[in-house]
Design a protein around this ligand. Structure first.
Ligand SMILES: [Zn+2]
Ligand SMILES: [Zn+2]
Length: 215
């Protein structure tokens, strides 16, 4: 069975998630934006073995600490989709612009495509490509625990910004409706910022994407 814990990092309170298989204790960190010592301590405290770093997209608050941690721990970087190459190349400028510590450049070990499957211990996680906030944004769907790690695609009561270079509002809405909603109304999502919610709740109440009646 998969288990997870969300660990907000950086001044942007980005929800880095520690996800692990409780049979093998193998773990990944999703979106290592920074605060590496805190994240290392969280892994150690639970007796877990980090096997990879996964990325939803390459904005600084999600990816800023990924290159350094991967190098120091000898870990593969999985994701995002190739469409975010220019955001990875722009990490040094992003860190200056937002007052972050210098971000180390990296090359993902593996780019992800829509429909890819990732093994974590005895469990499998599915990848969906959800462009709009960034062109290479992916989400990680852990169907067996009805959870989805959605980065900055969708928030409780809101959606991702699309005013960045290559952001696309219509594409974001399509990603949410065509690739997130089919995961089911009971699926709980872990957004890149703020509290968890379920897809059903957003379909009833989120002013940007609601399409169901009732509360
Ligand atoms: Zn973002
Ligand atoms: Zn973010």
């Amino acid at each position: 069975m998969l288990r997870y814990e969300t660990l907000p990092v950086t001044p942007f309170q980005q929800n880095c998630s520690l996800l692990w298989c409780d049979q093998t204790q193998e773990a990944v960190l999703i979106d290592v934006g920074g605060e590496l010592e805190m994240l290392r301590a969280a892994v150690k405290q639970r007796g877990l073995k980090l096997v990879a770093l996964w990325l939803t997209h390459a904005h600084i608050d999600h990816a800023g600490g990924t290159g350094q941690l991967a190098r120091e721990e000898g870990l593969p970087i999985i994701g995002p989709h190739r469409g975010d190459q220019f955001w990875i190349d722009g990490l040094p400028q992003q860190s200056v612009m937002f007052g972050f510590p210098p971000a180390e450049h990296f090359t993902p070990t593996r780019w992800l495509e829509d429909g890819d499957k990732l093994q974590l211990g005895k469990s499998e996680v599915s990848v969906r490509h959800c462009p709009g906030h960034t062109p290479g944004h992916v989400v990680f769907h852990a169907a067996e625990i009805e959870r989805c790690f959605v980065g900055d695609v969708l928030f409780a009561g809101s959606i991702g910004r699309t005013d960045f270079p290559q952001g696309d509002h219509d594409q974001l809405i399509s990603s949410i409706r065509e690739r997130l909603w089919p995961m089911g109304n009971d699926t709980v999502f872990i957004p890149g910022h703020g509290p968890e919610s379920s897809f059903g709740r957003e379909r009833r109440t989120n002013p940007y994407v609601r399409d169901l009646r009732g509360a």
